[in-house]
Design a protein around this ligand. Sequence first.
Ligand code: ADP
Length: 321
Amino acid sequence: MKTIAVLTSGGDAPGMNAAVRAVVRTACENGIKVYGVIRGYNGLINGDFIEMDLRSVSDIINRGGTILYTARCAEFATEEGMRRAVRTCQEWGIEGVVVIGGDGSFRGARDLSERGIPCVGIPGTIDNDIACCDYTIGYDTCLNTIMELVDRIRDTTESHDRCSVIEVMGRRAGYLALNSGIACGATAILIPEVPFDIEKHVIERMKKTQRADKKHFIILCAEGVGVDVKALAAEIEAKTGVESRATILGHTQRGGYPTAKDRIMATRMGNYAVKLLMQDIGNRVVAAQKEEVLDYDIFEALNMKKNIDMNLYNVAHEVSI
Ligand code: ADP
C-alpha cells in the first residue's frame, strides 16, 4: 500500500492519540503516505483529510481526547453514505484505513472492507467491552481516574459516616464499575451483567457490615444498570439510617493524561495495524490478550461474546464486608 488513512470514531478514549501517533510514524517510516481523517466517518465521507507527517504527531502521546476529533455519523451506516466514503477513498488514492474506536466503529470498518477498502480496527473505548480483547485503549486510564475520584469522595464520606452512591460509566459493560469497586473497596457493586435486587444486594449488605461496625459506605453503580443514584441514596438513607449522597462522575472519567499502560498498548497496536496493511491484510481487528498483541477477522470479532468474570465479582463482594 502506498497511501492509508487513520480515523478515530465513537466515544473518545485517552490513548487514542498515542495510537494515531504510532500509525502515522510507522507509516512514514515505511514510506507510506498517511492521511488523518477529521471527525471519524464524517470526514471519510466528505474528504476532510490532513496529510500527516512525522512532526504532525509530536507532543500528543501524553494527551487525552483525540487530535483527529471524533464523531458519530448516522449517514455512514446507510448504503449511500458507505458508497460516498468508498468513492472518496478512491478519489484520494486511499488503499487502507485504520479505524480506532469501539464495536460500532468496527461494524463500519467491516462494511467498508467488504466494499473493497481494507480496514484494520484498533479497540479504543474506555468501557473495555470488545469481546476479543481483554484490554481496550483508554480503559486503564479511566479506571485509574475513577479510583482517584472515588478516593476523594471517600475522604468526605468517611469523615461524616455517610454512604456515597456513585455512578460510573459503562452502558453495556460493568468492567469499570467492578474493577474500580474492587480498587476502592465498595460495599456493593451493581453492573449490567449481573441481575440484582436492591434490598438483598445493597440494603442487606450494608446492614451486615453495620453489624460488623462499618460506618461509611461506597456503593458503585454502572451507568448501564439504569438505577437513579439519587433515588437509591434516598432509599438507603430511609432504610439504614445512614446519611447518603449521590454522585455521577460523568465526563470527568473520559479525559486526562493516558496511563503508561494505555500509551504503551496504543503504540504497539498502532504499529501492528500498519504492519497488517503493509501486507495487504485488511478486515482485521487488532486485539490485546494477556499483554500480547494479535489480530482477528472483524466479522469473527464482532460475533464473539464477552462475559464478566464472576470469580472477580464474588471476590469483590467477599472482601467488602
Ligand atoms: P463505538 O465505536 O464507540 O462503539 P458507535 O456505536 O457510536 O461508537 O459507532 C461509531 C460510528 O460507527 C457510528 O456513528 C457509525 O458511523 C458507525 N457504525 C456504527 N454501527 C454501524 C453499523 N452497524 N454499520 C456501519 N457503520 C456503523
